[in-house]
Write a protein that binds this ligand. Structure first.
Ligand SMILES: Cc1cc2nc3c(=O)[nH]c(=O)nc-3n(C[C@H](O)[C@H](O)[C@H](O)COP(=O)(O)O)c2cc1C
Length: 341
């Protein structure tokens, strides 16, 4: 079985990548991910806030009312502890590139296009094969217009693309009015890959002490549905590579994402839960499933269940939603609802 794939120009031996997580916090962790079979590693993120703090501008930024800064610190508590400053980050990339034979992808996490973009260049100089931009923006300012929110993404992408020659992936939010159009325009603006999707910090309320609970949970397999839909819709319609992110907990999710049209799948929670060795299990089980169905290469599988390749593209659309609702019976009455269409 030829599991090789092309991800934004990087030739990978199989499509299963270690997603950004604390598992890449140390050189030892990175080597373990490679030994356990990762075909590439996305490093934990270097945060705009860390860079700004380094530049003594952090207080100014906190005061400037960009609320998502504080949020991202809560969401990723490890940036305060395990993650050191930008220099250590670049050093770790240099060492990781020397110590491994797989692509190391640097990760930048920010919301503005000023100051920290220089680090994209330094990540390239440190030897990273590509950069993943995690634009972690929660537009809590209700006066901010849709077009302004979207412009942040284009400004950051342009600034990074102008600064580096290596491929640039954007890890996207699913929360756009027109997600498909946003993907298309980012593709046209030069994104080499789209990572669908970012997992947003969703605060909870603690009923014991009436505080906002910043806990971040690991994902579940049920979370694949939204990225699966958009990968299936975008497959064959944009040039950028498609990376699936969220909810991969077994080879079932890997295969579904490939059938929808993903070039690669990225895994974090399942590795945090089961250990990096689980990468090997995912690769073997994916191989077994494809071999049992007489596929010979990943290219034969990719996009087979995408919107453009299924017999009924309406399956991805509203009409199907109505049919699904109709298939539910009221468990407390004997009759079926009348057909709505
Ligand atoms: C503990 C933890 C730390 C993470 N840290 C980062 C990070 O530094 N940068 C980033 O872009 N994503 C980060 N993520 C998000 C993951 O890379 C991934 O996109 C997300 O968890 C969805 O994939 P999953 O369902 O396989 O977990 C983190 C996720 C977890 C669980």
């Amino acid at each position: 079985m030829d599991l090789s794939t092309d991800y934004m120009g990087l030739k990978l031996k199989h499509p299963i990548i270690a997603s950004s997580s604390p598992l890449s916090d140390t050189l030892e962790g990175i080597k373990t991910l490679e030994d356990c079979g990762a075909s590439a590693i996305v490093m934990y993120s270097l945060f705009e806030e860390q860079i700004r703090r380094e530049n003594d501008a952090f207080d100014f930024f906190l005061e400037s009312g960009t609320e998502s800064f504080a949020e991202s610190i809560n969401y990723f508590p490890h940036i305060e502890t395990a993650h050191k400053g930008p220099e250590q980050y670049l050093n770790l990339i240099r060492k990781a590139v020397d110590a491994t034979d797989i692509p190391i992808i640097g990760s930048l996490n920010g919301v503005t296009n000023a100051g920290w973009i220089d680090y994209a260049k330094q990540i390239q100089e440190a030897g990273a094969s590509a950069i993943e931009l995690n634009i972690y923006f929660i537009p809590t300012d209700i006066d901010m217009q849709t077009s302004d929110v979207e412009q942040c993404y284009f400004d950051i992408l342009k600034a990074v693309k102008d600064a580096v020659a290596i491929p640039v992936a954007i890890k996207l939010s699913p929360f756009f009015s027109a997600t498909g159009n946003m993907a298309k325009r980012l593709d046209e603006a030069g994104a080499d890959a789209l990572v669908l999707f970012n997992r947003f910090y969703q605060p909870d309320i603690n009923l014991d002490n009436l505080s906002i609970d910043p806990r971040a949970d690991l994902s579940t397999a049920a979370e694949i549905r939204v990225p699966l839909l958009w990968i299936a819709v975008l497959y064959g319609r944009i040039k950028a590579s498609l990376a699936a992110s969220r909810g991969i907990h077994s080879s079932t999710e890997v295969i579904k994402y490939l059938l929808a049209g993903a070039d690669v799948v990225t895994v974090a929670s399942a590795l945090m839960k089961n250990g990096p060795q689980y990468l090997n299990v995912l690769v073997k089980e994916t191989d077994r499933w494809l071999t049992a169905r007489d596929y010979h290469s990943l290219a034969e599988v990719r996009g087979v269940m995408s919107r453009q390749n299924v017999k009924d593209p309406g399956a991805f659309e509203r009409v199907n939603y109505i049919k699904v609702l109709e298939s539910f019976e009221n468990p407390f009455t004997s009759g079926r609802a009348n057909s709505r269409i």
